[in-house]
Write a protein that binds this ligand. Structure first.
Ligand code: 13P
Ligand code: SF4
Length: 396
């Protein structure tokens, strides 16, 4: 931790120039001591480290400069050593930067895959390389494990759009209607929920809930765009909430038109957190895992991923024959997670994510119900909306 406190006496007892230099010296000393205490000083990039990380470098070299790599590689080696020493595992979302995704992630994937992995893993400590709601989901599924998030401020605009109290009001307004909640929510929202979903299984979960409750209506919150995109693929009426992903809502049909004009052969893949008109202009739409599978299976010559920027960098390493073209938008919350703060998280076992016991049990039921459903034959394809006419969404 850097200590920027400067003695006020220094300025009073001497002239301001000498006070300034004295303060600078104190500051420098304090930084050096604290750097060593926190392991903040750069670790050495040795020939051994270079050799040990050569395979990772090969995957990330198109996205990381050699100068950055000299800082990343020793951290990757140290993080992987600490994981073994502490029986820790790192769950890395598809939106992590390539150095994290390929360098230290033990399990990588979309929200659904990571939620399942948290439940299965026998590690004592889980470091969530993702955002806070993901760490809470891991805690809910594995209450006996220590769940760490490297930066407590790694939030999500969807998760912060709604509270448990909001869900109670929605239920009062629509008694008897099942509540399906996207995993991008806090644990207190999940606790008010009948079943969770991710973008990979949302259609399946909505149809299951309607059948199970014997109704033709389902509440699907908090992502308005996901709800509208789901509604285009089912006859179940959807009651939605006006929450949005700040990353996916920024894409416009003009972005896609511009890309198609510049790269006529490129295939356009979009995430279902985007507005419906983006999906209509795309060739394929699905969760981050579905986009990954599409590229791996079809090997398009050129592809545009309408989602968070790191996704393309991570998929590219496994698809050398495909050219990835922008545009993309950066998630500022995901980007709070770095190799340095993952390292600090493991050294200091910080920051622990806890969930109140009364919330935890109810939230677990909602997440577990989703996990217990048979996996969808294939992750939902939201581009199939073109075939449907019936859309019925009531916005709360
Ligand atoms: P998926 O990985 O489930 O597609 O979710 C994307 C996302 O925005 C996670 O925050
Ligand atoms: Fe939330 Fe969107 Fe960032 Fe995912 S990409 S964490 S949904 S703000």
């Amino acid at each position: 931790m850097l200590n920027f406190s400067i003695s006020r006496d220094a300025g009073r007892s001497r002239n301001s120039v000498s006070a300034f230099f004295e303060a600078q010296e104190m500051l420098t000393l304090s930084i050096r001591e604290d750097d060593m205490a926190d392991g903040f000083a750069p670790l050495a990039f040795t020939a051994d480290i270079e050799a040990e990380t050569a395979a990772v470098w090969d995957k990330v070299k198109h996205h990381v400069t050699p100068m950055e790599w000299r800082l990343h590689a020793p951290l990757i080696v140290e993080i992987n050593r600490l994981k073994r020493e502490k029986n820790a595992a790192i769950l890395a979302h598809n939106y992590m930067t390539p150095d994290i995704f390929h360098g230290v992630g033990d399990f990588v994937g979309d929200s659904l895959a990571l939620a399942k992995e948290a439940a299965k893993s026998d590690a004592k400590i889980i470091v969530q390389a993702g955002v806070h709601f993901m760490a809470e989901t891991s805690k809910v599924l594995s209450p006996e494990k220590k769940i760490l998030i490297p930066d407590l401020l790694a939030g999500c605009s969807l998760a912060s759009s709604i509270t448990g109290a909001d869900v109670r009001l929605i239920k009062e307004r629509h008694p008897g209607v099942p509540v399906v909640t996207y995993v991008n929510t806090t644990a207190d929202v999940k606790a008010e929920t009948d079943i969770c979903c991710t973008s990979a299984n949302a259609v399946q979960v909505v149809e299951w809930a309607a059948k199970e409750w014997g109704t033709d209506k389902v509440i699907l919150i908090p992502d308005e765009f996901l709800a509208r995109n789901v509604a285009r693929q089912t006859d179940v009426k959807i009651i939605a909430w006006a929450g949005h992903c700040e990353v996916h809502k920024r894409f416009t049909p003009q972005d896609i038109a511009d890309m198609r004009a510049a790269w006529p052969g490129a295939e356009v893949l979009a995430h279902p957190e985007c507005p419906a008109e983006i999906l209509e202009a795309s060739d394929f739409a699905g969760s981050t895992a579905a986009m990954n599978d599409y590229v791996a299976a079809r090997k398009p010559a050129q592809v545009v991923l309408i989602t968070e920027c790191s996704m393309a960098s991570n998929v590219q390493a496994e698809s050398p024959g495909t050219q990835f073209i922008g545009p993309c938008n950066m998630c500022p919350h995901m980007k709070r997670i770095t190799l340095q703060n993952i390292y600090d998280a493991l050294v200091h076992e910080q920051y622990e994510v806890t969930v109140d016991a009364d919330i935890l049990d109810r939230a677990r039921q909602a997440v577990q119900r989703m996990i217990d459903l048979p996996p969808p034959a294939a992750p939902a394809r939201y581009d199939l909306v073109k075939a449907r006419h019936h859309v019925d969404v009531e916005l709360i």
